[in-house]
Structures are given as structure tokens and as C-alpha cells.
Design a protein around this ligand. Structure first.
Ligand code: ADP
Ligand code: ASP
Ligand code: MG
Length: 418
């Protein structure tokens, strides 16, 4: 007997028919004698709809009430899955975030999980009852509902798996594993049998939304075994225990499995970044601190930064990127700080995309970045900003060139499937 957490995303839960298919997969797992907890997302599109209602009600909505609204999508699907499992003769019940509870901090709309009370849950699972848990939801110390940020059901699943010490956390989605790049952009993307936590973390953080970044960080920290696999399968498909999807593994596991290591593991694109340029910033010590300190205080994540070569008269242009969702707040803060910083113009641009290549192999290999730059140059794709880490190179380009850039790089690094 094993203890398995199964997570189903929005497209897997979109409508009665899909939920019935999910219930059959859950039933099959439970019939193996496993203890099963299922974590579900809202139906595809529902969370977007709920977010829009909040925006329409008031553009500057109270995040605590936003959480009350957007947490509702998962409440519906968890109840529906429990009903459907019961209809198939299974013993099942739902456990809402506040009922367990899943304790979080009070950073509404992007709360972090602190701990999960599992005594009652485990007692119930021990009697053979399938636990159905809405993802995305939590509860603050003063009993307010929270949500974990978009895509947060992945994190709920991994957190539950860690708390109940599950043998595996299976993330069921609409693709059959993690690919070298988004298979919806590049038809010749290759499915990976395994990917390391470190690489998956980097891929997720630069835009591979197949897993939420926080879920990967948590899995790495807690040693949760995670598999990404498809829920769009028929009855004859191999079961999850035979690992048909992609396993997230440690470095040692990957080496032991003798999987041939590619220099580049994957390529990701992120269209959710915005670029801001401040012109004619005084070129003197402290000027850059004046720009970024208030943004840090407002919890805005700045990613790529370039300070251009100084002009005459001791002035320089500063360009940086932040999430598009924070752009309005970011420009508001900088406009208020205009005199303190002393810039001339603020130029925002949302028509940009960040393209990243990720691979542990680049730690010991030169030339990865230059291949990227020359391949893009050959296709006349202009690079607006660059950032690097030990295992990643990212460039900022025009958003319209996203798909072309990903395809060109996928070929350039030899990742295309036969
Ligand atoms: P869910 O609703 O199940 O949480 P998501 O839409 O959040 O699903 O994530 C799955 C999607 O991630 C896929 O449909 C695919 O388009 C996208 N994706 C992006 N990068 C990758 C990648 N490297 N491998 C697989 N899928 C990827
Ligand atoms: N329903 C939430 C969202 O769309 C959480 C999730 O699906 O992971 O972001
Ligand atoms: Mg998702």
C-alpha cells in the first residue's frame, strides 16, 4: 500500500464529463489499495472569470475579499468530484482549506503555506475514505480565507504530499509530462523522462507554467517525489505507478538513471513581464538605489536591469523589467519619486517577452550564451536586455517574436525530436 496525492488542473476538471474521467483515474488508484488524497483546481477559465468580477467591482479591490471570491472555483470542483466518486461507489469527502485547515500567512492573493493540520485527514484516509481537497486555498491565523497565487494548486498538492508524507505526488495536467519547451509552441519538443529539481525550479521561474515555481521549491525542500503526467488518457493507458510521465529527481538520481545529459534542458518563454526605461538618470552613487529601494519596499520583483553607458552631462538611462501585473503600481511609485530620483522620462513597454535557456550543463560549458545571441541575430531578432545565472541565460525581445525565437533556439541547441 502506498499513500498517493493526485492533483488535477483546470482543463482536467472542466465540466462533468472531464470530472467523471478524473473520478475513474482516482478510483483506479484507490482500488490498488492506496490511500489517496486528491487536490483539484477550479474549472479552466473560472478563476479568470472570478478575478474579472473583482476588477469590475473595484479596480483597487481589497485582496482579502478577492481571496473570498477566487477561492470559490475550487470549492465547486472539490464538491463535484466527491459527488462523482460517490456515484462510482467510492467513499469520498471534501476537505476545504479552512476545514483542515491549511494555515498560511496573511499575504492575500499570494499567501504562503505555513503548516497543515493532518490528524483528522489521515484518520479519515486510514478508513479508506478518499480525501478531495480544493487547491489554492488557505486560512490565516485570524480565520480569513487566503489563496496561494495563480497556479497555486500545484503548491497545495505538494504541501499536502509533504504533510501526509506521501510516497508520490502525481500532477495530472493536459500534457503528458515536462518537455524541452512548451509543446504547444514547438511541435518537435521532446518529452523528458526526468528533470532535476534545480532545473525544473529554474524553468518554472522563467515561464514554464506546467508547474508553479513555489511548488517545485517546496518539493525540493521537503523531498517530495513529483511526477507530471496526463489526465487525458484512456482506460488502457499504463497506470501512474509505472511512471509514464516526467519525474522530478535529484542530481544523483539522474546520474544513477544514466540518462544522457543534454547541455540545455529546456527553453521557456514568459510574456508576463513589462519593461520600464527611465531616461537621463543622474550618473552618480546612490541614484540606482533611489529607484529600486521603494520598489523593493512595495514587494515588486525586479528582474533584468541594465544601466546604459553614461551620456555626457553625467546622465544615464536605466532599463529594468517587472511582472506586468505590478506595472501600474511600479509606475505610480516611480512617478511619486521622480524628484528624488531625478529622471527625465518614464517609458513603459508591455510588448516584450523573456526567453530563457536552462541547463545544469552550462555550469561547465562556455559558449551557451553566444549560441543564443548569434542564433537570434541570424533571424534578425533584437535583444533588449540580458540576464544570466549559473544555469540560465535570459534575453528580452519583442513579444511578437516569441514563438520564432523559441523555435530557433530549440533547433540551435539540438533539442528537436527526430
Ligand atoms: P493545469 O491547468 O493542469 O495546472 P497549466 O496550464 O497550468 O495546467 O500547465 C500545463 C501547460 O503548461 C501545458 O498545456 C503547456 O502548454 C504548458 N507548458 C509550458 N512549458 C511546458 C513544458 N516545458 N513542458 C510541458 N508543458 C509546458
Ligand atoms: N484556479 C487557480 C488558478 O487558475 C489555481 C490553480 O488552478 O492552480 O490560478
Ligand atoms: Mg497549472
Amino acid at each position: 500500500m502506498a499513500r498517493i496525492v493526485m492533483k488535477f488542473g483546470g482543463t482536467s476538471m472542466a465540466g462533468t464529463e472531464r470530472i467523471r474521467r478524473v473520478a475513474q483515474l482516482v478510483k483506479r488508484q484507490a482500488e490498488r489499495g492506496d490511500e489517496v488524497a486528491v487536490v483539484v483546481s477550479a474549472m479552466a477559465g473560472d478563476t479568470d472569470r472570478l478575478v474579472n468580477f473583482c476588477r469590475e467591482a473595484n479596480a483597487l479591490y481589497d485582496p482579502a475579499e478577492y481571496d473570498v471570491v477566487v477561492a470559490a472555483g475550487e470549492q465547486i470542483t472539490s464538491g463535484l468530484l466527491a459527488i462523482t466518486l460517490q456515484a462510482l461507489g467510492c467513499n469520498a469527502r471534501s476537505w476545504l482549506g479552512w476545514q483542515m485547515p491549511i494555515h498560511t500567512d496573511d499575504a492575500h492573493a499570494k499567501a504562503r503555506i505555513g503548516s497543515i493540520d493532518t490528524d483528522e485527514l489521515l484518520a479519515s484516509m486510514g478508513t479508506g475514505c478518499i480525501a478531495v481537497i480544493p487547491g489554492f486555498q488557505g486560512l490565516t491565523d485570524d480565520n480569513r480565507v487566503t489563496t496561494l497565487g495563480r497556479g497555486g494548486s500545484d503548491t497545495s498538492a505538494v504541501a499536502v504530499a509533504a504533510a501526509v508524507k506521501a510516497d508520490r505526488c502525481d500532477i495530472y495536467t493536459d500534457v503528458d509530462g515536462v518537455y524541452t519547451t512548451d509543446p504547444r509552441i514547438v511541435a518537435r519538443a521532446r518529452k523528458l523522462k526526468a528533470v532535476t529539481y534545480e532545473e525544473m525550479l529554474e524553468l518554472a521561474s522563467v515561464g514554464s507554467k506546467v508547474l508553479q515555481t513555489r511548488s517545485v521549491g517546496l518539493a525540493m525542500k521537503e523531498g517530495v517525489r513529483v511526477q507530471v503526467l496526463s489526465s487525458f488518457i484512456d482506460e488502457n493507458a499504463p497506470d501512474a505507478d509505472s511512471i509514464p510521465g516526467t519525474m522530478i529527481v535529484t542530481d544523483e538520481e539522474l546520474e544513477n538513471a544514466q540518462v544522457e545529459r543534454q547541455l540545455i534542458t529546456g527553453i521557456a518563454a514568459d510574456k508576463n513581464e513589462a519593461k520600464i526605461t527611465l531616461t537621463r538618470v543622474p550618473d552618480r552613487p546612490g541614484a540606482v538605489a533611489h529607484i529600486f529601494a521603494p520598489l523593493a519596499d512595495a514587494n515588486i520583483n525586479v528582474d533584468m536591469i541594465i544601466q546604459n553607458v553614461g551620456r555626457d552631462k553625467g546622465e544615464t538611462d536605466v532599463t529594468f523589467t517587472c511582472p506586468q501585473a505590478d506595472l501600474a503600481r511600479c509606475t505610480d511609485i516611480l512617478e511619486n519619486q521622480r524628484d528624488a530620483i531625478g529622471y527625465n522620462r518614464l517609458i513603459p513597454d508591455t510588448k516584450v517577452a523573456k526567453i530563457s535557456v536552462v541547463g545544469v550543463g552550462m555550469k561547465s560549458h562556455a559558449g551557451v550564451a553566444s549560441t543564443m545571441f548569434s542564433s537570434l541575430a541570424d533571424r534578425k531578432i533584437n535583444i533588449q536586455a540580458i540576464s544570466t545565472s549559473e544555469i540560465k541565460v535570459s534575453v528580452l525581445i519583442d513579444e511578437d517574436e516569441t514563438e520564432l525565437a523559441v523555435r530557433v533556439l530549440h533547433t540551435a541547441y539540438g533539442l528537436d525530436a527526430e
